[in-house]
Write a protein that binds this ligand. Structure first.
Ligand SMILES: NC(=O)c1ccc[n+]([C@@H]2O[C@H](COP(=O)([O-])OP(=O)(O)OC[C@H]3O[C@@H](n4cnc5c(N)ncnc54)[C@H](O)[C@@H]3O)[C@@H](O)[C@H]2O)c1
Ligand SMILES: O=P(O)(O)OC[C@H](O)CO
Length: 333
């Protein structure tokens, strides 16, 4: 039987553990807090993140990373992106020689501008064939209710991607393989930033034309960055690109979209941070995405506008006016 360790008992780690168990895997969830881990073991429910959803009996929970990793075929990482390096450094010596590391995270590391799979390779000292990424339009709450959805499982080694596909394919969760890890990761990280922008537009009372424009031009920025980094441009019209962008930018379930909406309504960044209980990756990753773009001489005006609002305190109206006043140009160049 396939054994999986899932690191992170949050909004996405918990339902992903459920998916793996529904697909027939034996799953151990690692969590930081003994109290929550004990509750999950005792009640098969995660009341903090997924109240009312019963987890399959084959999901166990522990605070001991060695116990979670014992005999694991896959070690799934579902913690905030900016905490990965420090956490993985502690877990790396416990990871077996054949365990594949799977990133569910949609962020870019601050300071290094590295993708999560790059951080995993560096910290765990493993090759690209042992690192996979799962991405796509996967709003956790809908999946926890077993509503139909699909994802992309990406690894440079297609055989590894196929093994992971089999491990997380269920009647309600359809996994597709892809070998374009770079494109899948960029699609996931940048859409969070674009969802902040679309949320701001929503909060400012703007309509569907404005939001569709932000999404489409946001995807154009993402594709430009992807091309500079060697991604396959077709990935951006797939589940990890357009699919995730549409889901995140349209849904009130998205933490990034909600964060942007609050800013658009006039809340300060501090007030919005205080009101946000879970991880809104785009808030930090907008800076690292812009850093990555600048390192590669790629223009990303919407990302820059989001950084201006979130980190430089510029009013949303002023930033919007700046975007609309940019010089006229061809749609594609
Ligand atoms: N929630 C979703 O719908 C969803 C879907 C797809 C991908 N993702 C991605 O998955 C990743 C995790 O997001 P989430 O939604 O589960 O976030 P979350 O905030 O709901 O949960 C994060 C988990 O990490 C733990 N955590 C927080 N700080 C930590 C630290 N310093 N060290 C160790 N653990 C820590 C928390 O206790 C919690 O269990 C993000 O990159 C997100 O973009 C989320
Ligand atoms: O809630 P968000 O904004 O982190 O988005 C969740 C997922 O990434 C959607 O696929």
């Amino acid at each position: 039987m396939t054994r999986c360790a899932v690191f992170g008992t949050g909004s996405w780690g918990t339902p992903f553990a459920m998916i793996l168990a529904d697909a027939g895997c034996e799953v151990t969830l690692w969590g930081r807090r003994q109290e929550l881990v004990d509750t999950i073991e005792r009640t098969h429910e995660n009341p903090d993140y997924l109240p009312g959803v019963r987890l399959p009996d084959s999901v166990h929970a522990t605070t001991d990373p060695a116990e979670a990793l014992a005999g694991a075929d896959f070690a799934v990482l579902a913690i905030p992106s900016q905490t990965l390096r420090q956490n993985l450094a502690a877990w790396a010596p416990l990871i077996g020689p054949r365990t594949v590391l799977v990133s569910l995270m949609k962020g870019i590391e601050l300071g290094t501008a590295k993708r999560m799979s790059e951080v995993v390779q560096e910290v765990a000292g493993v090759g690209p064939e042992r690192v996979a990424v799962v991405s796509g339009p996967n709003l956790a709450k809908e999946i926890a209710n077993r509503q139909p959805a699909a994802c992309v499982v990406a690894c440079t080694d297609e055989e590894v991607a196929k093994r992971l596909q089999a491990a997380c394919h269920t009647p309600y969760f359809r996994a597709y393989t892809n070998t374009d890890v770079v494109g899948c990761e960029l699609g996931g990280a940048v859409k969070n930033v674009i969802a902040l922008a679309v949320g701001m537009a929503d909060g400012m009372g703007l309509g569907d034309n404005s939001k569709a424009t932000l999404m489409t031009r946001g995807l154009a920025e993402t594709t430009r960055l992807g091309l500079a980094l060697g991604a396959d441009p077709l990935t951006f019209s797939g589940l990890a690109g357009m699919g995730d962008l549409v889901a995140t930018c349209s849904s009130p379930l998205s933490r990034n979209h909600t964060f942007g909406t609050n800013l658009g309504r006039g809340m300060t960044v501090e007030e919005t941070i205080a009101a946000t209980k879970q991880t809104a990756e785009g808030v930090k990753s907008c800076e690292s995405v812009l850093d990555l773009a600048r390192r590669n001489h790629v223009e990303m005006p919407i990302v820059e506008a989001v950084v201006d609002v979130v980190h430089h305190g510029r009013p949303t109206q002023e930033v919007l006016a700046g975007l609309m006043a940019r010089s006229a140009k061809p749609e594609r160049r």
